[in-house]
Design a binder for this molecule. Structure first.
Ligand SMILES: NC(=O)c1ccc[n+]([C@@H]2O[C@H](COP(=O)([O-])OP(=O)(O)OC[C@H]3O[C@@H](n4cnc5c(N)ncnc54)[C@H](OP(=O)(O)O)[C@@H]3O)[C@@H](O)[C@H]2O)c1
Length: 360
């Protein structure tokens, strides 16, 4: 049971509680024994009055438009970018610290973009904006590997292809993939639903995620570039990506070619990655030891790495393959780890306030 009466435990609100990320947040709060004094579940008016269980207690879902954040210390927002744009400023004005899972504030200079394993120093004080942004689901596992590689060998360029699961589009993405797959198995010529993925994702791959930009890259690809630079603090980092949706239910994969400034020893690279917190390297000594979205679920809170290959033609360059649960590592787990780090550092409250003094 993680509902406690201690005054140092935060009062939390989950906006988007009925969605794929919101459901995963609830699961992680329970699994990790995240301590809270009060919890409120919030979604659209469509879900108002629904009951969801957290830690064995039933909670009624509130409609966002009627919810008052003045009794909330941490508000997790996972309800889409336009919802965050509209409602996060209100939550902040009412006193909540917002951890936002959407892209709405990620590039705002007053809002830290945080992966606790990489740049937790950003949490040494409460941000002036009252918002901490959670990065994109493919960016998070990538930067967790790029950080030690940059520190050891210096990165000249990273070229990444992603293989992103249907759950990246939330509950409705998974439902549509399942429906379309069943329809196509029954009759390959039948028309498929294409509300979430067009053309259909069933028995297909789609090299376009989020909107297409004028230069031919997609917004998903731009996010990976801009966010990696901001999190790693390397303004000119050369990361270029092709983001692809694949007919997988959950867990994103990435194939990365990374060229460094200095020659890379393969074993040293494997050892370096393996010693990172919550990273598992599946090395070639074990046949079939590469990770896949279906095998990564055995250790869902780890970034799984395999196929580590230094180029025989270029000792400065190597390939690796990674798999990470997009709902957990790419969203809810990172958000919870941000909240855990804030509580540990005592920086949930603004410096100098009575609440901050109490937390010390
Ligand atoms: N899925 C991922 O892997 C992932 C990873 C990183 C970030 N994100 C981001 O997290 C957010 C949620 O994604 P998801 O995958 O959980 O989507 P989802 O399964 O579609 O869930 C959306 C949630 O937002 C709520 N919502 C929608 N419109 C709303 C409104 N006008 N007011 C209040 N609540 C509203 C929904 O409530 P109802 O049930 O009432 O409609 C639901 O709880 C998105 O911004 C997404 O980009 C997702």
């Amino acid at each position: 049971m993680t509902l406690v009466t201690d005054t140092d435990a935060p009062r939390i609100a989950l906006v988007g509680a009925t969605g794929a990320v919101g459901n995963t947040l609830i699961q992680l709060i329970e699994e990790r024994g995240f301590r809270y004094r009060d919890i409120n579940l919030v979604a659209s008016a469509r879900s108002a009055g629904r009951e969801l269980t957290v830690d064995g207690r039933s909670h009624r879902v509130h409609a966002l438009e009627d919810f008052d954040f003045s009794e909330t210390d941490i508000a997790f927002f996972s309800a889409g970018g336009s919802v965050s744009e509209q409602w996060v400023p209100k939550a902040v004005a009412q006193g909540a610290l917002v951890i936002d899972n959407t892209s709405a504030f990620r590039m705002d200079p007053d809002t830290p973009l945080v992966v606790p394993q990489v740049n937790s120093h950003e949490l040494d004080q409460r941000p002036a904006s009252g918002i901490i942004a959670n990065p994109n689901c493919s960016t998070i596992p990538l930067v967790r590997l790029l950080r030690p590689i940059e520190d050891r060998w210096g990165i000249r360029q990273a070229v990444v292809s992603t293989y992103q699961a249907a759950s990246g589009r939330g509950h409705s993405g998974v439902t549509e993939l399942q429906k379309a797959s069943a329809i196509t198995l029954e009759d390959p010529a039948a028309e498929n639903p294409t509300e979430e993925f067009s053309p259909t994702l069933a028995f297909n791959v789609i090299p376009s995620i989020d909107r297409m930009l004028e230069d031919g890259f997609t917004f998903e690809e731009l996010k990976m570039l801009q966010e990696s630079r901001k999190i790693l603090g390397i303004p000119h980092l050369d990361v270029t990506t092709t983001c692809v949706r694949v007919p997988v239910v959950n867990c994103h994969s990435e194939a990365a070619w990374i060229e460094c400034h200095n020659p890379v020893d393969r074993q040293e690279l494997v050892d370096l990655l393996a010693e990172q917190s919550e990273v598992t390297v599946h090395d070639r000594e074990v046949v079939g030891a590469f990770p896949t979205p279906r095998t990564a679920v055995d250790q869902p809170d780890h970034v799984h790495v395999g196929r580590v290959r230094v180029s025989p033609h270029n000792p400065r360059g190597f390939w690796l393959w990674l798999v990470a649960d997009n709902l957990r590592i790419g969203a809810a787990l990172n958000a919870i780890q941000i909240a855990e780090a804030l509580l540990l550092k005592g920086t949930l409250q603004a410096e100098g306030t009575p609440q901050a003094e109490e937390a010390r």
